[in-house]
Design a protein around this ligand. Structure first.
Ligand code: 5GP
Ligand code: MN
Ligand code: MN
Ligand code: MN
Length: 297
């Protein structure tokens, strides 16, 4: 039995900057100061350590990554989702001390997006037909390495063995419901791109109402979505979904590197955890928060 509102597409959905100048009249945006933790979380708290947009640059990171119960990566862990990048990221995840690690994809993880996977598969099929003409030959064709790579590329999820991978799915840890989704409003021709408006909303409609922590790659409108050029890049319907229907305690994302930081509307905490800055330098500290469990958990 749910009286939850149906979220509709906003008339200004195609122009988030303009939409925000209207929607912000009804919003109070607070800056939240988050400092690296100096002591461990208490017994009734679960510590989350959030990063995003590391873009295969984790070995250039100069800061320490605080320990915690749950490590979260909100996508763009690679430059283009190449199999070697995925394997390297997974190796690095394996070195982190956190008990649980949650990862979603961003637009840079091309090889995880069904649209790009199908493209790779087609390329693979036409190449195998080509090598087929070499049947009987004992030498391997020139395209052999590329073929192997293409085969691996379409199964890249298998290499994320050191984490919980979320893609329009939910995991429950310590009784906390955590939902992750990689989609974002299209910008260029990248992975998990969708048209603003109903295409994006269809994905947000899949987010369960009892989600406590929402992880998306891209920001909602108005919170951590201000691009250097002065325009807003966030999704209007993601904001409406988060504020009016799902109401999670925390919303973790990245994607707009220059939007790094923590904001609140007085109810929900919005965390842009982009590790890389606008120049793709991994300079921004992980964002840590302690989720207080209700009594009895
Ligand atoms: P990435 O390529 O890592 O996904 O995004 C890097 C940068 O591209 C962001 O920090 C932002 O400056 C820009 N960018 C990404 N998506 C958008 C968008 O939808 N609109 C605008 N204006 N800029 C974007
Ligand atoms: Mn990025
Ligand atoms: Mn809820
Ligand atoms: Mn991105």
């Amino acid at each position: 039995m749910s009286d939850m509102p149906t979220i509709n597409v906003h008339p200004l959905t195609q122009n988030p900057t303009e939409a925000w100048s209207e929607i912000q009249k009804g919003q109070k945006v607070f800056k939240v100061n988050v400092k690296p933790p100096t002591k461990p979380a208490s017994d009734n708290q679960v510590r989350f350590v959030c990063m995003s947009d590391t873009h295969s640059l984790v070995h250039n990171i100069k800061f320490n990554i605080p320990d915690g119960d749950v490590f979260v990566h909100a996508g763009d862990f690679s430059k283009c989702g190449h199999v070697d990048e995925v394997k390297e990221f997974n190796r690095w995840l394996g070195t982190l001390p956190h008990k649980h690690k949650i990862v979603i994809c961003g637009n840079h993880e091309l090889s995880f997006d069904p649209k790009f996977v199908n493209m790779f598969k087609k390329r693979f099929e036409s190449s195998s037909r080509h090598t087929g003409t070499l049947a009987g030959s004992h030498t391997y064709g020139d395209g052999e390495d590329e073929l192997k790579e293409a085969v691996n590329t379409v199964n890249n999820k298998q290499y994320l063995s050191n984490c919980i991978y979320l893609e329009d799915s939910l995991v429950e840890l310590y009784g906390i419901k955590i939902y992750g989704t990689p989609w974002q409003p299209e910008f260029g021709n990248w992975g998990f791109n969708l048209k603003r408006g109903s295409e994006c909303l269809q994905k947000w409609d899949l987010i369960p109402e009892d989600t406590d922590i929402l992880i998306t790659h891209s920001p909602p409108l108005g919170y951590g979505d201000l691009v250097c050029s002065g325009v807003r890049a966030g999704c209007v319907e993601l904001l409406t979904t988060v504020q009016q229907r799902v109401k999670p305690k925390y919303h973790v994302f990245g994607h707009i590197h220059e939007g790094y930081g923590v904001l609140s509307d007085g109810k929900i905490i919005y965390i842009n955890a982009s590790t890389c800055d606008i120049n793709y330098m991994p300079n921004n500290l992980p964002v840590v928060f302690d989720f207080t469990l209700p009594p009895g958990r």
